[in-house]
Design a protein around this ligand. Structure first.
Ligand code: NVA
Length: 393
């Protein structure tokens, strides 16, 4: 029996009550399974076009998100829970409208260039459909406007030969899957196992309206008294922090079945959303860690002989808009294989860190795209990496 570590780096994020699935796709899971092939209806073995066991095997195919038509999410409770207080005025003013157009244009051309570099490095690049995100929609439970299809890693995860679509945690992202339908159908028809996890209703009952986040002071108190759970959550004195969701974790663990181990990791973080600017596994036994957000389970990795390397301080200037993230996107990198990393060309200390680890930096500039909330890791989903299951713990 072998094991692989899949570190699809994000959070089961959000202010959701615990009995509703509101997970995003990024989980740290240790996978224990032998590789299986699916059989088609005639009983013949077919090979899946999606296949990945970790985030550092040679990358063959990747989905890169789109900034086109990106809309600012309305400032709802769940958005407040993870965005910086300083950005709230921006959300109040522009919620439901397109992000500043000049800025998005620059993001579009930076992402095009990123795609070109990926192709040059031998990776097949796929893109979601262009969707008009400005339309208002209504379900029996809520009304909202859309956001974007910029961060495929938030919604899609490949585990073995299966691609799983996560339900989104924000109302403004409820219909985000529509941008990926053409791709999903194509992968399915070519032999992939395709799963969509159950969507939450997202009615008012989902959210804890008393979550104390109005003041910076409150956020600080919360951060210092508790452990915000990034990937997964456990209860703390029977109280679940509302930024995570046990239901989603439970669903994923049961869905993957007894062959898979799902490890819960906890971090000290005042604005927990997505693990990949906090803890980013970049090689077998190698993880880049955020020095400001210590992992409470570091021992598990140390014991298994992993090397935990602290990410250098980010170089993003203070006046560069980051509407939905911290500057730690500097460590939100994409491994093309164990020895090549796509990294921000302005993050010289990070580039040097990788070089000191014997990893060649492929420097690319997506600073304007970063403003929409993600780095190279967030802007992509690995579809196919060449590798096999291995044991890391
Ligand atoms: N929300 C986290 C992760 C972003 C990928 C941060 O801002 O650092």
């Amino acid at each position: 029996m072998k094991r692989a570590l899949l570190t699809y780096g994000s959070v089961i994020q959000l202010q959701a009550r615990q009995n509703v699935i509101a997970s995003r796709s990024k989980l740290v899971v240790a996978v224990q399974a032998t590789r299986k092939q699916h059989a088609d209806t005639a009983g013949q073995k077919i090979k899946s076009p999606v296949c990945s066991y970790n985030e550092w095997d040679p990358l063959d195919e990747v989905i890169v998100g789109r900034p086109e038509n990106a809309c600012v999410p309305p400032l709802t409770h769940e958005v407040k829970a993870i965005t910086s207080h300083q950005q709230w005025e921006f959300f109040r003013k522009f919620g439901g409208q397109f992000f500043p157009q000049e800025h998005v244009k620059k993001a579009v051309s930076q992402i095009e260039e990123m795609c070109n570099v990926l192709r040059h490095e031998g990776v097949t690049v796929r893109r979601p459909d262009i969707v008009d995100w400005s339309k208002t929609y209504e379900t029996p439970d809520f009304k909202s406007k859309g956001m974007y299809a910029a961060m495929p890693r938030d919604i899609l995860i490949v585990i073995g030969e299966e691609i799983i679509e996560a339900p989104m945690a924000w109302r403004s992202r409820f219909f985000e899957y529509r941008a990926y339908r053409s791709l999903m159908k194509e992968y399915f028809q070519a032999g992939a196992k395709w799963t969509t996890a159950p969507k939450p209703l997202m009615s008012d009952e989902l959210y804890d309206q008393n979550y104390p986040m109005e003041y910076v002071k409150d956020r600080h108190n919360l951060a210092s008294e508790g452990h915000f759970k990034q990937c997964c959550a456990t209860s703390h004195k029977k109280k679940l922090w509302k930024v995570t969701n046990l239901f989603g974790i439970e669903w994923m663990a049961r869905h993957l079945g007894p062959d898979y181990n799902v490890h819960l990791l906890q971090f000290k973080d005042s604005k927990p959303m997505h693990i990949d600017a906090t803890f980013n596994a970049v090689g077998p036994g190698l993880v880049i860690v955020n020095p400001d957000r210590p992992c409470l389970q570091s021992e598990m990795f140390n014991k298994a002989g992993w090397k935990l390397v602290k990410a250098p301080k980010p170089m993003v200037p203070d006046d560069h808009p980051l509407w939905m993230s911290s500057k730690w996107l500097s460590m939100n990198v994409l491994m093309l294989d164990e020895r090549r990393v796509m990294v921000c060309k302005h993050e010289i200390p990070t580039i040097r860190m990788f070089e000191s680890l014997g990893i060649k930096a492929i420097p690319v500039d997506i600073r304007f795209a970063n403003s929409l909330g993600g780095g190279f890791h967030c802007w992509t989903t690995d579809v196919r990496r060449r590798g096999v299951l291995e044991s890391y713990f």
